[in-house]
Design a protein around this ligand. Structure first.
Ligand code: 7PJ
Length: 275
């Protein structure tokens, strides 16, 4: 079975891994000195580890459709104290960023995985990651988060997404990133209409073999699941998210990125015992 070289860790991919989402979003009312947002993120991270998270994904900038951008130094000041505080947990830490400056600061703070929705397209990103020991997730998106859901267009969404992932995988390999450090992600909800997401999900089976690297899948609480279940509120999409996570691991996904770690871990345990 294959392994993922991931900073301080070598992670076996013999069973699906659960990546728990930690958002570091400052509360503008109560956050003098950012102490509160750091403390809250650390508490949330510790809870996710207790719930069985294999990896923690720390993000300081929302990449949800329509979200505003924040400056590099603001993002660094949000995430680096959290990464430092979580080092001693002895759990692989991922940084969810698309900015080279944030990657550099996170790598200096000891991050084990760079999760990039822009697949290391930012200037200098390939080189920064290549010079580290960190794993990297290269994700497909069409357009930028600010306007990407306006009018997504594909002639053949599966073929186009897979061609892009292969191109970025090859760019990473050419930059000197070992293939055992790579994860690829079709990028559910990133410049994709409902029918594009459905087509991509149905194509997960065999996709890792076609694109030549293990897959990370992130569908947790996303709009596509709200559309299927008619749940407008993301927090009401937990059952839908667990069902989709199970289907993704059954189709061969190596890593599942989720909000609801405890529920997803239980479901995967049942799947493993009874499949
Ligand atoms: C993803 C992500 C995803 C990867 C976000 C949200 C939006 N990183 N970061 N894959 N989604 N690799 O969680 O709804 O699907 S932020």
């Amino acid at each position: 079975m294959s392994e993922l070289l991931c900073g301080r860790f070598r992670l076996s991919l013999a069973r699906p891994l659960v990546m728990g989402i930690v958002n570091v979003t400052p509360d503008s009312f109560s956050d003098g000195g950012r102490y509160d947002s750091v403390a809250k993120a650390v508490v949330q991270a510790e809870r996710l580890v207790n719930d069985g998270a294999d990896i923690l994904d720390i993000g300081g900038e929302s990449t949800r459709p329509g979200a505003a951008r924040i400056p590099d130094d603001e993002e660094i000041h949000r995430v680096v104290p959290v990464l430092q505080a979580l080092q001693s947990l002895n759990v692989p830490l991922s940084i969810d960023t698309c900015k080279t400056a944030v990657m550099r600061a996170a790598l200096d703070a000891g991050v084990d995985l760079v999760n990039d929705i822009a697949a290391l397209e930012d200037e200098g990103a390939l080189g920064i990651v290549a010079r580290s020991q960190a794993a990297v997730c290269l994700m497909h998106k069409q357009g930028e988060p600010q306007g990407m859901q306006a009018a997504p267009h594909y002639n053949d969404v599966v073929a186009e997404v897979e061609a892009y992932l292969i191109e970025r995988r090859d760019a990473a390999l050419a930059a000197g990133i070992d293939r055992h450090r790579l994860l690829l992600d079709p990028g559910f909800g990133f410049g994709k209409a409902f029918e594009h997401n459905v087509a991509l999900f149905k194509a997960l089976n065999g996709q890792a073999e076609r694109v030549g690297a293990p897959l990370l899948v992130g569908v947790s609480r996303k709009t596509m699941l709200g559309t299927i279940t008619n749940r407008g509120v993301p927090a009401e999409r937990v059952s839908a998210s667990v069902a989709a996570a199970l289907l993704a691991v059954q189709a061969g996904a190596a890593v599942i990125r989720v909000h609801d770690v405890r529920e997803t871990v239980d479901a995967i345990k049942v799947w493993q015992a009874l499949k």
